[in-house]
Design a protein around this ligand. Structure first.
Ligand code: NAD
Ligand code: UDP
Length: 313
């Protein structure tokens, strides 16, 4: 029988790529989203597909699905710092109440549940790269705490349902991911830099740009998530690209790729902005036989093309 997949947050950036992947694998897909940061445009090419259904719903409220569900993927949450700072309480609710509702549904449907967790659970890390057994350095009462602690709670809730109710669960810790369908005004570094460069506006580097991140292209990420879902691993797994660069270097690469005349301007570093971030992906390599294939230049060229096409449209 064909598998039925519920993707919560399916109209968002990563969620919409997951909808595409599961449709391509021949599954039936239910995309559930309240469109707080996502948009119908991300899934409009699927709306006429008979294997695809969109349900507009806030997953922090009780979730009612008729019939069988085989897999539940919980990707619903504001994810860009500007979004979760704008929506602190919905962010805390979707990580806590939303995760509880999704796990309750997984329990009654006997579905496999996958949680989209994040490298933010490591906070401003004191070790680099971050391995899954690092517990992190998070400020619970700072502005980013609404996201970080919601995701940490979501992981704890997932493990409790796994241990106590024997729900089949997975936890993916996603590191900075980029690609097509990010919004121009998403606020994260790559969409900001590309849209600023294409519009010849100043490139806003926060702090002195010496902080690092490791950027993963979206097709690599969704491939890793699929492998994790199909595995039997119930402990958290990092998925990301370990190629670590400073934000200043990223800004310069994007200036060059877009052939832009924009200048770089320096803005204050946001509170609790992690100084370094790089995934240790040994576990994913070993148990999923997964590693990223798309290097930064190649992924950025595709993303720049996408932003150019959106501008023209
Ligand atoms: P996004 O904002 O594009 O997508 C999130 C989606 O969830 C949106 O469509 C939004 O409308 C929906 N949503 C939010 N709250 C909801 C609610 N209460 N009910 C129903 N739908 C709701 O962000 P994204 O980058 O695609 O992130 C998707 C998931 O991956 C998030 O859970 C995020 O924490 C996680 N993640 C992303 C990254 C990244 O680099 N993109 C890194 C780590 C973790
Ligand atoms: N950043 C920046 N300029 C921007 C947007 C972000 O310098 O216009 C920096 C931000 O301070 C952080 C890094 O880029 O150090 C990555 O930020 P992003 O919001 O993409 O993701 P985060 O890893 O902080 O969740």
């Amino acid at each position: 029988m064909r598998k039925k997949v519920l993707i919560m947050g399916g109209a968002g950036f990563i969620g919409s790529h997951l909808c595409d992947l599961f449709i391509a694998k021949g599954c039936q897909v239910i995309c559930m989203d309240n469109l707080i940061t996502g948009k119908i445009g991300n899934i409009k090419h699927l709306l006429k597909n008979r294997d695809f259904e969109f349900i507009r719903h806030n997953v922090s409220e009780y979730i009612d699905i008729k019939g069988r569900v085989d897999y539940i993927l919980h990707f619903a949450s504001p994810a860009s710092p500007i979004d979760y700072l704008k929506y602190p309480i919905p962010t805390l609710k979707v990580g806590s109440l939303g995760t509880h509702n999704a796990l309750g549904l997984a329990k009654v449907k006997k579905a496999t549940f996958l949680l989209a967790s994040t490298s933010e659970i490591y906070g401003d890390p004191l070790i680099n790269p971050q391995r899954e057994d690092y517990w992190g350095n998070v400020n619970p009462v700072g502005p980013r705490g609404v996201y970080d602690e919601a995701k940490r709670f979501a992981e704890a809730m997932t493990m409790a349902y796994h241990r106590f109710h024997k729900v089949d669960t997975r936890i993916v810790r996603i590191f900075n991911t980029y690609g097509e369908r990010m919004r121009e005004r998403d606020g994260r570094a790559i969409p900001n830099f590309i849209s600023q460069a294409l519009a010849a506006r100043p490139i806003t580097v926060y702090g002195d740009g010496s902080q690092t991140r490791s950027f993963c292209y979206v097709s690599d990420l969704v491939g890793g998530i699929y492998s994790l879902l199909m595995s039997r691993e119930d402990e958290p797994v990092n998925i990301g690209n370990p190629n670590e660069i400073t934000l200043l270097k990223l800004a310069r690469i994007i200036l060059k790729l877009t052939d832009s005349k924009s200048r770089i301007v320096y803005k204050p570093l946001p509170v609790d902005d992690p100084k370094v971030r790089r995934p240790d992906i040994s576990k994913a390599k070993k148990i999923l036989r997964w590693k990223p294939k798309v290097d930064l230049d190649e992924g950025l060229v595709k993303t720049v093309d996408y932003f150019r096409s959106v501008k023209k449209a």
